[in-house]
Design a protein around this ligand. Structure first.
Ligand code: SAM
Length: 265
């Protein structure tokens, strides 16, 4: 940490607890020959062990000062560093250039974690798995089951594409500076092609967004612009239910109906 002042605007909270770092890297279990991509290597707390175990990784870091430090610590053969905003990165191009299933990892900058998760959705079929440190509430929402207050758009959009697994919590004292929020590690494994909803992703997203945009309302109201009450029933969904009661499969049936209605108009 010496000589570097953590930048709030980049959500810089650096891990310093060797036990926690080892536990995270053990959960990732990097192996030589795999295509590891770390978002925000920072001062290299995780990077050191990732490089040690995988031999070579790719890092995406927005902060030029940190990038320079990383270049001083790792050879180009150990860490291929991309100095860029992970939100603006051409992820499909990176996946193509690495030529294999990506293992994406990172102690993510919390202020951009949700857009980053959505930004990675389009390359899920080129990903082996993702391991992230995130704000604990975000992990609860990602992994939530239908029926509870945590279950929402983030849960449905991610669970339609990945198996989401909460791994463990990390105490605020394991970081410097200590974040004001609590943190957890999550594992995401893309679902096999046969388990994915067979539906255009844009239509699926449109239905999920509409249903949760007014989550206290019944589906007959929140989806009124997309489907009539009868059409919601044809999808085998109760128009009097609320979005939070529906599982991913029910959203997929509703999206199918929207496609069907559009095609027959
Ligand atoms: N991996 C380090 C660790 O565990 O100690 C640092 C984690 S710190 C929470 C987040 C890191 O992401 C910082 O290095 C920060 O500069 C970087 N970062 C922030 N926003 C970013 C962005 N949009 N794209 C890429 N890196 C970003």
């Amino acid at each position: 940490m010496e000589g570097h002042r953590a930048r709030k605007r980049f959500s810089q909270n650096f891990l310093h607890d060797p036990g926690v770092i080892e536990r995270i890297v053990d959960a990732i279990d990097p192996r030589p020959g795999q295509h590891l991509v770390e978002i925000g290597p920072g001062l290299g707390a995780l990077t050191g062990q990732l490089v040690q175990r995988a031999g070579r990784i790719t890092g995406i870091e927005i902060d030029r000062d940190l990038a320079e430090r990383l270049r001083g610590r790792f050879t180009a053969g150990e860490l291929e560093l991309v100095v860029a905003d992970a939100l603006q990165l051409d992820w499909p191009q990176l996946a193509r250039s690495l030529g294999g299933a990506l293992r994406v990892v990172g102690n993510l900058p919390y202020h951009v974690s949700t857009p980053l998760l959505f930004g990675l959705l389009p390359i899920a079929d080129q990903v082996q798995d993702q391991h992230f440190m995130l704000q604990r509430e975000v992990v609860e929402r990602m992994a939530a089951a239908p029926g509870g207050k945590d279950y929402g758009r983030l849960s449905v959009m991610l669970q339609a594409r990945y198996r989401v697994e909460r791994l463990f919590h990390v105490a605020a004292g394991s970081f410097h500076p200590a974040p004001k929020v609590q943190s957890s590690i999550v594992r995401m494994r893309p679902l096999a092609a046969g388990d994915l909803p067979r539906i255009a992703p844009q239509v699926f997203a449109q239905v999920v967004t509409a249903a949760f945009s007014q989550r206290r309302k019944t589906l007959r109201n929140s989806l009124g612009r997309l489907l009539s009450e009868a059409q919601i029933e044809q999808a085998n969904v109760d128009p009097g239910a609320r979005a939070e009661a529906l599982d991913v499969a029910a959203f997929a049936r509703l999206a199918e109906r929207v496609v069907h209605v559009g095609a027959s108009q």
